[in-house]
Design a protein around this ligand. Structure first.
Ligand code: NOJ
Length: 708
């Protein structure tokens, strides 16, 4: 009896049995993933006959056809279908489009982000697919980088916590697996240039970039993706130490590693560390990659290497075993039960989406203008992103991937800010003018000013567009592009209260908005319902609770500006700029005032390894119920190496009724106080640690914990 066909046998045993029956060709076939969209008709047939391991960017019924053909190969090994379901299964028009990863990170809401993963998994699985290339666990350290929108922000701890939550959501029903990417330090490429060298040391990798990936491995994430770039000149694809030794051997990651798009080819064509694709394939597999994404020749190259005895068969077996185990774990060999297609874009998912859209919005400034009062009758709603769903969605939807599309309309019931404002405040009360476009090609500023003059308040929706967002789309200049600043200045000149709403992929330089507008709202890429959430927030239908997971610089050249930099001598300012950021990590207002008191530690002295309960009372001093994210930062007062003066080590989001006080408990694992020494040891050093608990990096209470 073929054990691998027997459902009652354990996954590992089934994988082992199947592996023992496979030819070298079949094994290497499993290690190849090809893009459906880049294949010729002829190759497409050929790869199906070969029974290759995986296809990416297949949608809908095509997957069923490929699956049926695979069932007819000698061993009938099913392919695993991968898709970029980055903020929802958004490459499929009609599926739920959630806010971007950066937007939802501002909610600091683990439960909702887990639900986002769960809804997405259902939609992906209902569409016949098995695997999302998400989440991105890169840390957004250089704002010029085009992919900041895909991250959970600038802080390693937040990335790990929210990454863990979404992975759990993706995988908890066993419909699909997640893919933690891009391993590793992609967000710190020199100059913010996409897919370049990241000049970081192993010490820094271990301290800053590795923890979220370790967390993903610890919770059983099914796969990880190798970044395009290099670390201190060694391409990650060929980096045995980083992939095999650290991730697989030391951390014990037991899923499989897929390269990013054409990484194997890139070792020859872009990075020039391999003479030809055969050498590149050898380096990639030896380094620890188990599956090659879309370098088709990998298949022939690997066969050649085996034929010439130039590669260790054990490495191939290890890679195939990992892939097969995941396929068994997902039930791909058995009758897999998938959700019905009607979950795609369903009401239940929309509800989760709306909750997330609401909690993702960050109110950055409010000169007592919001919520809009009853005497605000006429509202001018102006600006290039007022009614642009492409900009509001951001990257990774059917508009941009797998191939860019111009003339498509979303099938889902989406809300731009304009539609939201019309529904919430009544269409006859809204005066709309686009004002200008993002690039400065169109200028109708006078129309917008006329609308503003007739109105009681002005809502100006500005930001960036799809062409400024994503891979290859790094920006040297983070100022508002085109005539947008001129538009805001002219509106401010009308003396009407101007509420600036940002619909954008990442932090831009917005000093002028902070100085001159009556209110500033950051909504990033808010998904299907972002516009409704902005409008309802302005109407006071809910209390805003988002906080920034990323800092905003005054000037493009001030980047990097993340909050947890190492200390220096001379203050870190510039002679030609005021000190500090425009907005910092953790900033975000509420319609309530939250007051913190009674910070207590369960112990004032502890040994490394102990857990400390940190408690604080938080009072909602406003007249509206609201949610508050309580943040806990630590400072290792005197340490053998530089450490940031504030490093987040815990957060909890709590709901507090108007007038109520809640006691909030945060758990501090003293092992998390470790620093990484120059000889790569994790050490909790004896001495005092400041434990700071509060609203953000500036408003907090402090207690001292002594490690002895
Ligand atoms: C390249 C991107 O870097 C990666 O994030 C994505 O998952 C793959 N292409 C597949 O589309």
């Amino acid at each position: 009896m073929e054990k691998y066909k027997d459902k009652s046998v354990g996954t590992d045993e089934r994988a082992e049995d199947l592996l023992s029956r496979m030819t070298v060709e079949e094994k290497i076939g499993q290690m190849l993933q090809v893009s459906y969209n880049t294949l010729s008709e002829e190759d497409y047939e050929r790869y199906q006959e070969l029974g290759i391991g995986s296809f990416l960017h297949v949608l809908g019924s095509e997957a069923d056809d490929i699956r049926a053909k695979a069932a007819n190969t000698r061993l009938g090994i099913p392919p695993i279908f991968g898709i970029d379901a980055i903020h929802g299964h958004a490459l499929l028009n009609g599926a739920t489009v959630f806010p971007s990863q950066l937007a939802v990170s501002c909610s600091f809401n683990r439960e909702l982000i887990r639900e986002m993963g769960r809804c997405t998994a259902r939609e992906v699985a209902a569409d016949g697919l098995d695997w999302t290339f998400s989440p991105v666990l890169c840390i957004a350290r250089d704002l010029r980088w085009g992919r900041v929108d895909e991250t959970f922000g600038e802080d390693s701890y937040v990335v790990g916590e929210l990454g863990g939550a979404i992975i759990d959501g993706y995988e908890c029903d066993n419909y699909i697996i997640a893919c933690a990417k891009h391993y590793i330090a992609y967000g710190e490429a020199a100059g913010g240039r996409d897919a370049y060298d990241s000049p970081v040391t192993e010490r820094k990798i271990r301290e800053v970039f590795l923890p979220p990936f370790k967390k993903a491995a610890d919770i059983g994430c099914g796969s990880m993706m190798t970044a395009y770039g290099s670390i201190d000149t060694l391409p990650l694809t060929a980096n045995r130490h980083i992939l095999r030794e650290i991730l697989k051997e030391e951390i014990g990651f037991d899923g499989f590693i897929v390269t990013d798009w054409e990484n194997v080819r890139s070792l020859v064509t872009n990075q020039h560390v391999a003479e030809d694709l055969t050498e590149a394939s050898k380096k990639a597999v030896e380094a620890g990659n188990d599956m090659s994404m879309n370098t088709h020749e990998f298949y022939e190259c690997m066969l050649r290497l085996v034929g010439d005895s130039k590669i260790d068969m054990d490495l191939i077996d290890d890679a195939v075993r990992r892939i097969l185990k995941i396929k068994f774990r997902l039930g791909l060999f058995d009758e897999k039960i998938r959700p019905n297609r009607d979950v795609i874009g369903c009401r239940g998912h929309k509800n989760v989406n709306y909750e997330l859209a609401k909690e993702s919005i960050v109110l950055l400034k409010n000169d007592n203008v919001l919520p809009l009062k009853g005497d605000t009758k006429t509202i001018a709603v102006v600006g290039p992103n007022t009614d642009d769903i492409r900009a509001q969605y951001g990257d990774w939807t059917f508009f941009s991937h797998p191939t860019p599309k111009e003339n498509v309309a979303p099938l889902s019931d989406f809300y731009t800010v304009l539609r939201g404002m019309r529904e919430v405040f009544g269409g006859k009360n809204i005066l709309y003018s686009k004002g200008c476009d993002i690039y400065g090609r169109e200028n109708y500023i006078s129309d917008a000013v006329k609308a503003a003059e007739k109105a009681d308040a002005v809502v100006c929706v500005i930001g960036d567009c799809l062409a400024q967002n994503g891979e290859y789309r790094d920006r040297a200049d983070l100022e508002l592009s085109g005539h947008q600043l001129e538009l805001v200045k002219r509106l401010v000149g009308t003396q009407k209260p101007v509420i600036a709403v940002l619909v954008n992929c990442k932090p831009l330089c917005i000093s002028y908005l902070k100085e001159s507008c009556a209110a500033v709202i950051e909504s990033f890429n808010g998904g299907d319902l972002g516009g409704m959430a902005v409008a309802e927030m302005m109407a006071g239908k809910f209390n805003p609770s988002g906080k920034l997971s990323i800092s905003f610089p005054r000037h493009s050249a001030q980047t990097p500006c993340y909050y947890n930099q190492y200390t220096g001598w001379h203050g870190g300012g510039y002679v030609d700029l005021p000190k500090g950021n425009v907005y910092d990590f953790g900033d975000g207002l509420s319609y309530s005032k939250f007051e913190y008191s009674d910070l207590k530690l369960s112990k004032a002295k502890a040994a490394a390894g102990e857990i400390i309960n940190v408690t604080v009372n938080v009072k909602n001093n406003g007249d509206m119920d609201g949610k508050e994210t309580v943040m806990m930062f630590v400072n290792d007062v005197v340490s053998s190496h530089l450490t940031p003066t504030k490093q987040l080590k815990g957060f909890e989001k709590v709901f507090i009724k108007a007038g109520d006080t809640k006691k909030v408990t945060l758990k501090l694992d003293t092992n998390d106080l470790a620093l990484v020494t120059s000889d790569l040891k994790y050490v909790v050093e004896n001495g005092d640690f400041e434990i700071m608990v509060g609203r953000n990096t500036k408003e907090y209470l402090t207690a001292i914990l002594t490690i002895e």
